[in-house]
Design a protein. Structure first.
Length: 596
């Protein structure tokens, strides 16, 4: 075929020469190269002498062709060359398509948390389908490589591309905050998850996995801080743009002297910024829920559930028993302290099946005397009802890209609800409208006992409200900023920071802005503020938007981590695990044009 040589730019004079001698000497220009249509050789220098010498030396026999014959021969040779070019272009395109398909399948394997070896299984399935549907395409599909090592390499390359995109996006962040949490995986290795929430100048919010660090030694606050610094430096992020850090409140994270949050805030202050440290609002809600211990209720319930579900034969008989009598639920639910919502589910299922559980346990020789105690049943009803309210709050606090002001408003609303519950329970007669199961259980108690029980429950609700106020002091410290951010038209200018007061007055006096605040979502409202008039207000809004309100993303990702590094994949390397989590959690799409 043609001999590839160094390309040379052809100037206008050479192009005019080519037009002049094209018909005479059977030469054409392809990709800035002078190519002979007869032998497909490339002339080194596009000059008349070189072309004439090549033609006279090798192809003088074509001088016999004259007129139309010469033109027809030229057209024929040109078509042959074009067909050859198209053939090699098709091969190249087919190879690129196969590589692209390999990247796409590897992305799906990572996102669905499948083993790398599933690539070969997927290819076998595809080949069977192609064999039956379009056998003429067998060769093209067979060229897609999905071997285990190839899938691993593809996932690594995709993860690197996502990291590259995040690094590019990170340079555009005006502010960002960090969410950190550490836990152990299936092989007892300590893993530190670091998420960032960044805001650019257009107030677009992005939450991405910054890094997964495997801690081989100790897990003190200093060790965690060293790992975080490594991740920040690797991503080329500026410390003075950090607005806050949120953790789960564990001592290595939140210790006042040497905890990770304290060290981060000190580092940001040294770099000229200012950051706040927060305790995850969901973890605090869970701690508040545990404040209502009610061990005299929970212990018998858990014992009964375990006695039913711990033995396979007993469990099967209980399920069949519920099926025969067409009970509301078909089984009881295990309670797990780690799972946020399991307590409510376990209690609710138990309460609804209490009429069935008592006789079944009695048939097994395990009497549960509490089920015949009206006071205990009233305590159970109260615990189920208050746990239901707590679970509703917990669910409202979960989710991605939640603004800190929205999360805090849910907490404030719940505190108001607790005050209402306390007031209703202390009324004469007591009002248990928001505690339906308690109201049902209280019907079997004498009036005097019922009133005393209601006062007891009112005291428990008051204690729970006090626990909320105590644990949420960190959020209460920035309550003024949260209120200013969420309701700028209801804040007195004197209560705002000095550098915002002038712009706040301008904003509150602008009728159009007030109308827009009522009609648009909060982020869109701040996004549409005039930058020349409200520069400080926009900057303040970006700082507030960048704050994490919870470590929900960390908890969710730990579930994905444990699903990947399970009992049959304990040898999954830390780098592969990090690549999988990055692909699973990202909002970026792999740039296949860059990877190919």
């Amino acid at each position: 075929m043609s001999i590839l040589i160094k390309r040379r730019k052809v100037d206008n004079e050479h192009r005019r020469f080519q037009e002049k001698w094209k018909l005479a000497y059977f030469f054409t220009e392809i990709r800035n190269q002078c190519v002979c249509l007869i032998c497909n050789d490339t002339v080194a220098v596009f000059k008349e002498f070189n072309i004439r010498r090549h033609y006279k030396t090798k192809h003088a026999i074509f001088d016999e062709l004259m007129g139309e014959e010469r033109i027809e021969k030229l057209v024929q040779l040109e078509s042959i060359l074009i067909e050859q070019e198209r053939f090699f272009s098709t091969i190249r395109q087919s190879s690129e398509n196969a590589t692209k398909a390999s990247f796409e399948v590897a992305t799906l394997i990572a996102k669905h948390c499948k083993p790398f070896t599933d690539g070969e299984f997927i290819k076998d399935c595809v080949m069977k389908m192609v064999e039956n549907i379009c056998p003429e395409k067998m060769h093209e599909f067979a060229s897609v490589c999905l071997a285990r090592s190839t899938v691993a390499c593809r996932i690594k390359e995709i993860s690197s591309d996502i990291k590259r995109q995040l690094e590019t996006k990170g340079a555009e962040f005006e502010f960002f905050s960090l969410a950190c949490d550490e836990s152990t995986d299936g092989s007892d290795s300590t893993q530190l998850l670091i998420f960032l929430r960044g805001v650019d100048r257009n107030m677009n919010v992005i939450e991405e996995l910054l890094e997964l660090q495997s801690l081989k030694g100790q897990t003190t606050g200093t060790d965690l801080f060293r790992s975080l610094c490594s991740a920040m430096d690797d991503m080329k992020l500026s410390w003075n743009k950090v607005t806050g850090i949120i953790t789960d409140g564990a001592p290595p994270m939140a210790d006042e002297d040497g905890g990770l949050a304290t060290l981060v805030c000190n580092k940001v202050r040294e770099e000229g910024g200012e950051a706040v440290k927060l305790h995850c609002i969901i973890h605090q809600e869970v701690l508040c829920a545990k404040h209502l211990r009610y061990e005299h209720v929970m212990k018998p319930v858990i014992t009964a559930i375990n006695s039913i579900r711990s033995k396979a034969q007993c469990h099967h008989q209980f399920q069949q028993y519920l099926l025969d009598i067409q009970a509301e639920y078909g089984d009881v639910v295990y309670h797990n302290d780690v799972s946020w919502l399991s307590r409510g589910s376990a209690l609710h299922h138990f309460y609804c099946l209490k009429e069935e559980i008592g006789p079944f346990l009695a048939s097994k020789g395990q009497l549960m005397a509490e089920l015949s105690d009206p006071v205990w049943l009233a305590d159970l009803g109260f615990l189920v009802d208050i746990t239901r309210h707590l679970n509703a709050l917990n669910t409202s606090l979960q989710g991605e890209k939640a603004v800190v002001s929205q999360l805090y408003s849910h907490i404030k609303a719940f505190e108001t609800k607790l005050q209402l519950f306390q007031k209703h329970l202390l009324q004469t007669p007591p009002n248990a409208a928001h505690f339906p199961l308690l109201q049902e259980a209280m019907t079997s108690l004498p009036q005097n006992s019922a009133a005393a029980q209601m006062r007891k429950y009112a005291a428990d609700v008051a204690s729970l409200a006090g626990e909320f106020q105590q644990l949420l002091q960190e959020f209460a410290a920035i309550e003024k900023e949260i209120t200013l951010f969420s309701s700028p038209f209801s804040v007195r200018p004197d209560d705002a920071p000095d550098h915002l007061q002038m712009e706040l007055i301008e904003l509150q006096c602008d009728v159009e802005c007030r109308s827009r605040h009522q009609q648009l979502p909060l982020v869109d409202f701040y996004r549409r503020l005039d930058l020349s008039r409200f520069r400080q207000m926009r900057t303040f809004a970006m700082r507030m938007l960048s704050l994490f309100g919870s470590t929900y993303l960390c908890e969710k990702t730990f579930s994905v981590l444990n699903f990947n590094k399970n009992c049959v994949r304990t040898r999954l390397s830390d780098s592969h695990l990090r690549d999988i989590l990055r692909i699973k959690t990202t909002v970026f799409e792999p740039d296949l044009a860059f990877l190919l």
